[in-house]
Design a binder for this molecule. Sequence first.
Ligand code: ADP
Ligand code: TRP
Length: 320
Amino acid sequence: MRILSGIQPSGALHIGNYFGMMRPAIDLQGAGEAFYFIADYHALTSLRDPVALRALSRGVAVDFLACGLDPSRATLFRQSDVPQVTELAWILNTVAPMGLLERAHSYKDKVARGLPASAGLFTYPVLMAADILIYDSDVVPVGRDQKQHVEITRDLATKMNETFGPILKLPEPRIQTATATVPGLDGQKMSKSYGNTIEIFGEEKETRKRVMSIVTDSTPVEAPKNADASAIFQLFSLVASPNESAEMRAAFEQGGRGYGDFKKQLFAALWEYFAPFRQRREELLAQPDHIDEVLAAGARRANSAADDVMGRVRQAVGLR
Ligand code: ADP
Ligand code: TRP
């Protein structure tokens, strides 16, 4: 089984990225051949600062490794180290129905949020389909917001197979329901574009400040509170043991404790949960050569897998 996922290096990683995509991907790395990449071509749709792009791409590699990606079990690489993927994206573009892309949510959402409406942003799902199809991927662990992209990938693969014969494998999305949408400080989906994130590797003071700023309703301290409706409780249950979560739920329902108190408990649990990762990250930052080696080895393995599929595709469509 081949498992594939990618993440854009368009900003600091947050705990929504961790629970929605990174942890499920890391959990799967022993279950088959895992390919995880840093989607730097995709990041160009929103980031036009070469120094920042290079630094963020490397930063994502370090953070992914610090969170538990094991390069002896998973292949970690930069998307742009396999430029063949843009060739496959072009070929997919030639069969991609306009209507299919026009129905995609992410383009409309991103333009509504102020990103420039470029052709690259519009065909973003086609490049993502190429990412998935070029490695004959079986399973794609992602957060819920990426589900439609995997469906578009299946549609494009089907279209190619109908047109040129059976050349591409249809992938399945793998979405962890418990962590599919991690709430942000305002209770909406945590996202770097909404400014409502808690970073995985943020500074202690800043992280505490962010946790203390989680939006709450005006239920008085003594009154019972609804745990399920609270981002504090939802975030706490991601990082606490089942027993600790049950205790916090009971305390919510009983009343007598204020939100500020629960936030302090959440911060302590969060800080402790990510402590071993912070330590590993410090160690990794001290070994820049190791990061380069991991990415170079990953690029070699990914190129070899991509060349296999591209050989098949070129042959089938009549190139070379
Ligand atoms: P952002 O919304 O911050 O820009 P990305 O779109 O780069 O995040 O998402 C990278 C990965 O992390 C995707 O697989 C996405 O589904 C997952 N992800 C992002 N935010 C969340 C969230 N709040 N809850 C669950 N998964 C998330
Ligand atoms: N679009 C994904 C995101 O924003 C990143 C991505 C690019 C990806 N190509 C992919 C994810 C292929 C999974 C598979 O998070």
